[in-house]
Design a protein around this ligand. Structure first.
Ligand SMILES: [Zn+2]
Length: 186
């Protein structure tokens, strides 16, 4: 709407005012109808692809708007923007406050299984700065061979994606533990 990211100081206040406007609408509807309307900032992962496709069908490919295979939901900082984890969490916290129906923020990180102090630092930062956030890291275990690093997603040769232990080749989902989310909710 402004041609700028909401992380741009010139656009942030406008973005917050949009959030506030929607909250005010919910409050007005609530007062009028005695139904507790609320604003929900959802990550709704699978729908980002469906929405992106539908928008392209309807509006064509508009650079910077519908030119990706996904859309960015709610108040999230666009994944293509360079931003460090702490700045992102702090920034999104201001918007999360205006998503009283629910919200989650993410940071994507490298495999931190060898750097637990970094995980704890992020958790502490989440606890102190934002209502609900998580880091997406990998914490896997192959019950067949004891591999405790990343279990990979591979093509099974017939176009289907499957989990496979890179150490022993195990593809039996019932014999592996795969965790991709670490929640930071206090
Ligand atoms: Zn294995």
């Amino acid at each position: 709407m402004t041609g700028k990211s909401h992380t741009d100081p010139a656009a942030k206040e406008f973005a917050l005012s949009v959030m506030q406007y929607m909250n005010d609408k919910c409050a007005a509807w609530k007062a009028a109808e005695d139904i507790d309307y609320s604003l929900y900032g959802t990550p709704i992962e699978s729908t980002t692809y469906k929405f992106a496709k539908c928008l392209q069908n309807r509006f064509g490919v508009i650079p910077g708007i519908t030119d990706k295979g996904y859309i960015t939901n709610s108040y999230h900082v666009h994944v293509s923007e360079p931003i460090n984890a702490f700045t992102k969490l702090k920034f999104e916290a201001e918007f999360q406050r205006l998503s009283p129906g629910g919200a989650i923020s993410y940071i994507e990180v490298a495999n931190l299984s060898d750097n637990i102090p970094a995980v704890l630092t992020v958790m502490r930062y989440i606890y102190d700065n934002i209502m609900y956030a998580e880091l997406n890291t990998k914490s896997d275990y192959c019950q067949v061979c004891g591999w405790d690093k990343e279990i990979e997603i591979v093509d099974d040769g017939r176009g289907k994606l499957i989990w496979k232990c890179p150490n022993c080749g195990n593809t039996d989902k019932s014999k592996m533990n795969i965790a991709r989310r670490t929640c930071g909710r206090p």
